[in-house]
Design a binder for this molecule. Structure first.
Ligand code: ADP
Ligand code: TYD
Length: 207
């Protein structure tokens, strides 16, 4: 989709190591001389970061699944307009910690049975997919304990618990089959360096 740039997303359950690995990949590619924009969802632009606080803080039942979906979509549209598209148009590598696949999973599968609505809104308002999606696959209990050990205020989703994490892990693996042309599954149950080496090998093949 990206024309001149390369659009890479990271997906996986909470605590799988996405943010760590996205940061390491950005550092390595920059050291190789590439122009890299490291960004995240929800967020990645000033407006979308404001929406981030609305969806990630507060009680788990603060929003219905439908309202939550609309908030995530609004944030993504702003992020796409202000950050992702301009960077790709300038030939940069965009590394995004979560993108539309997270909506397909969290709003589409776990919070409600909203996958059809996610896909319809995505087609209407977003309409782009990453060139490469790195799925950091991770044992759900280990992921949750890693995520919980961070102790931030952004725990609304982690508060849905282990059952959600298990459903999400299976869902992400199924999504990787559905979009097998762009997904690469990386085993995240290893030390940080082993995981990052695998990811780098996968990304180098796309460059
Ligand atoms: P995510 O973005 O997927 O939620 P993070 O990258 O924030 O995950 O990692 C969650 C926690 O686990 C952090 O404290 C991080 O330092 C730690 N962590 C990340 N990758 C590993 C790994 N391979 N082994 C052990 N701990 C890790
Ligand atoms: P994130 O900050 O990436 O959490 P973590 O580092 O713990 O993986 O994302 C916060 C939460 O937002 C995460 O639990 C998944 C959820 N989320 C959705 O429900 N829908 C979406 O479209 C996105 C991008 C995230």
């Amino acid at each position: 989709m990206s024309g001149q740039g390369l659009f890479i997303s990271f997906e996986g359950i909470d605590g799988s190591g996405k943010s760590t690995q996205a940061r390491l990949l950005a550092d390595t590619l920059r050291a190789q001389g590439h122009e890299v924009v490291l960004t995240r969802e929800p967020g990645g632009s000033p407006g979308a970061e404001e929406i981030r606080a609305l969806v990630l803080q507060g009680d788990p039942d603060r929003w219905s699944a439908e309202t939550e979906l609309l908030l995530f979509m609004a944030a993504r549209r702003d992020h796409l307009e202000r950050t992702i598209r301009p960077a790709l148009a300038q030939g940069k590598i965009v590394i995004c910690d979560r993108f539309a696949d997270s909506s397909r999973m969290y709003q589409g599968l776990s919070r409600g049975d909203l996958r059809a609505q996610v896909d319809t809104l995505h087609a209407l308002m977003i309409g782009v997919e990453p060139d490469l999606t790195v799925l950091v696959d991770m044992d759900p209990a280990a992921g949750l304990s890693r995520a919980k050990s961070r102790a931030t205020v952004e725990e609304r989703f982690e508060d849905f618990g282990l059952e959600l994490q298990e459903k999400m892990r299976a869902g992400f693996l199924a999504l990787a089959q559905e979009f097998c042309d762009r997904f690469e599954i990386i085993d995240g149950n290893r030390d940080i360096d082993a995981v990052s080496l695998d990811i780098l090998t996968t990304v180098q093949a796309k460059l």
